[in-house]
Ligand binder design. Structure first.
Ligand SMILES: CC(=O)SCCNC(=O)CCNC(=O)[C@H](O)C(C)(C)COP(=O)(O)OP(=O)(O)OC[C@H]1O[C@@H](n2cnc3c(N)ncnc32)[C@H](O)[C@@H]1OP(=O)(O)O
Length: 131
């Protein structure tokens, strides 16, 4: 049973992975770019499911790094589809760290991602109605 230090995560758990030494700087802090890449992957999964097809990242907005992520922490990415436009989807994304060998979960990063549904030629296409 995990203990959430910063309220409860928003959305669904979409991706979990382990922060390894190769993802860190010399001080043992995980690179922000690595966390962003995992958030992008999670958005790709969630948005493709919603769009029932290929998607691309159009924009990343208001990303804040609140707490450091350390080697050995488990990164847990939660996504929530906040808005569906014509061809775009806006996702609220939260990155939480389950601290190394503990049940403590802390929110480390959050951002809004805009994902766009694409057709086979890479052009924006309408997001289908939710089934
Ligand atoms: C550079 C890189 O490699 S980044 C890595 C991954 N990302 C990419 O490669 C994306 C590169 N960009 C693109 O392919 C294009 O700009 C696209 C597909 C995102 C958008 O194509 P456009 O021809 O500009 O399409 P269009 O103007 O119709 O916009 C499509 C939708 O995206 C939204 N959108 C596009 N850019 C943004 C933005 N910067 N912020 C918010 N929404 C945006 C539009 O509002 C529109 O939404 P809607 O249909 O729900 O109203």
């Amino acid at each position: 049973m995990v203990h959430y230090a910063d309220g409860k995560p928003l959305g669904d758990l979409t991706l979990r992975t382990l922060a390894m030494p190769s993802d860190a700087n010399a001080a043992g802090d995980i690179f922000g770019g690595w966390v962003m890449a995992q958030m992008d992957l999670a958005c790709g999964i969630r948005a493709a499911e919603r769009a029932k097809g290929r998607v691309v990242t159009a924009a990343v907005k208001e990303m804040s790094f609140a707490k450091p992520m350390k080697i050995g922490d488990t990164l847990c990415i939660y996504t929530h589809v906040e808005r569906v436009g014509r061809t775009s989807m806006t996702l609220k994304v939260e990155a939480w760290a389950q601290r190394y060998l503990s049940d403590l979960m802390e929110k480390v990063t959050h951002a809004d991602f805009v994902m766009v549904a694409l057709d086979g030629e890479g052009k924006p296409k309408p997001v289908p109605a939710e089934s």
